[in-house]
Ligand binder design. Sequence first.
Ligand code: SD4
Length: 320
Amino acid sequence: MNDSSPQQSSQNQSTWASIATWRMAYEGMVKSSSGLEEGGQAGDAVETLIQEVEANPDYTSVGYGALPNREGEMEMDAAFMDGNNMALGAVAGIQYALHPISVARRLSRRHTSSFLVGQGATRYAQISGFEMRNMLTDRARRRWELESAKATRPESAGPYRGHDTVGAICLDLQGSMAAGTSTSGLFMKEPGRVGDSPLPGSGFYVDSAVGGAAATGLGEDIMKGCLSYRIVALMGRGLTPQEACDSAVYEFYSLLRKRCGKVGEISLIALNTRGEWGVATNVEFTFCTARKGEQTRILMANPDGKSGTRIDPVAKDWLQ
Ligand code: SD4
């Protein structure tokens, strides 16, 4: 349940909508869309969508069966934000929790100690009764063993192969918005490494009076630009989600390239209070959208080379 009412009373709200990163969000989006269609709350939709990805071992970068760190352990990052009252909760480096998104959401209801890391986050999840399990599947362990065997020294393994965050923003029929993220971060990451996904303003941000944004890609670069907050701020000044994404992402990408020489993968999604969405990316990037009266879609975004984004439908077999 959302803990407060929306702040956009002047608006005649009549639609629900969702956007989420990567093809892996599809099944969760279909499931959460029926809740939104029936008048369910944005926060519930975000949690349902992300839980579906976390529980699926076929999606190897989020939750059960995801990517271990350099020492073969699974450390996960997740966050939840309620756009009505700006409540947010987050976990970083949490272990054994099947649904880090639900732990983050529970934490968002607290006024203090709402962002927990490492052992503290794991202990909190355990004590609070969240489902805990060994998150490492045989397949994930084999992947780690193969990768470890390749590395002559531990520090030469990784750090940037295999990744992806599920990030979602939902708008409900009452005009409430929520956002969430969940990821195991980068494959073979340094133990204790935290990406952008649990960081408000970087990995996600949402304000029910304006809209929300979420990120996926190389956290170390995304957090340099606080890109999710930037996009929401631009939408607040009247830009459409697509204009805001294009402006924030490509301007920042150019700046980082000029100042640092190299830039990792950066992909952002955004949704506003009218259910309009936008995307910008410096790599090929799939994402899912749903809106009242429309089918859930998987789309592909690419940079168009002119500070804009090309969006194409993906082939039907991506749905299988
Ligand atoms: C991180 N942004 O931990 C995440 C990983 C990711 O596509 O989304 N990769 O840095």
